[in-house]
Design a protein. Structure first.
Ligand SMILES: C[S@@+](CC[C@H](N)C(=O)[O-])C[C@H]1O[C@@H](n2cnc3c(N)ncnc32)[C@H](O)[C@@H]1O
Length: 169
């Protein structure tokens, strides 16, 4: 598994605890320090690796070569207003275009947005702009009970996770 925007390693540690070899990438040295510590505390150092890099950059570190069964793409809030949506979709598409050749057939891509202005259809659009024609959306997930959404406060609904699977077309 490859987890881009791994923060303190939540997905990486859970995956490694389930027996998966997991690589976390984040730009923040501080977040990675905690992620490494969390992996070590759970005795998962041998199944985890962490890379400090820009998820919108070249993604050419050898540990990122894959192929991967699961890729998580969880960027920070990349559009602060509706005028930033198009630029966000373009940036995501560029990264996804680099990553998709590293996803195994049958593998899963989790594309996340924590920008209110970047919705599910924008995640779909980024994928299409990245040239993906063999990825079907199989789940559309949202916030858990720890992120309640108040009726009438549309901006509160800002967490989206689209899960896609690579399928034969
Ligand atoms: C939405 S959070 C990810 C949360 C994480 N997946 C979790 O479940 O806890 C976004 C993460 O992306 C990182 N980040 C921000 N800009 C980045 C960049 N350009 N490249 C790589 N990581 C970045 C932040 O440090 C943060 O950890």
């Amino acid at each position: 598994m490859l987890d881009l925007g791994c923060h303190v390693g939540g997905f990486v540690v859970h995956a490694a605890a389930a027996g998966v070899t997991a690589i976390g990438l984040d730009q923040s040295a501080r977040a990675l320090e905690f992620a490494r510590r969390n992996a070590a505390r759970n005795d998962l150092t041998s199944r985890t690796a962490f890379v400090q890099a820009d998820m919108f950059g070249a993604l050419d570190h050898p540990d990122l070569a894959g192929p991967f069964g699961v890729i998580v793409f969880d960027p920070p809030r990349i559009a602060t207003g509706s005028q930033g949506r198009e630029r966000a979709v373009t940036a995501m598409a560029r990264s996804l275009g680099r990553l998709l050749p590293r996803l195994r057939p049958g593998g899963f891509l989790l594309a996340c947005s924590c920008s209110h202005h970047v919705g599910r259809s924008d995640l779909d659009a980024a994928l299409l702009a990245a040239g993906a024609r063999d990825l079907a959306r199989v789940h559309a997930l949202g916030p858990g009970p720890d992120h309640p959404v108040w009726p009438g406060h549309a901006e509160g609904e800002y967490l989206r996770v689209n899960v896609y699977q690579r399928r034969a077309v």
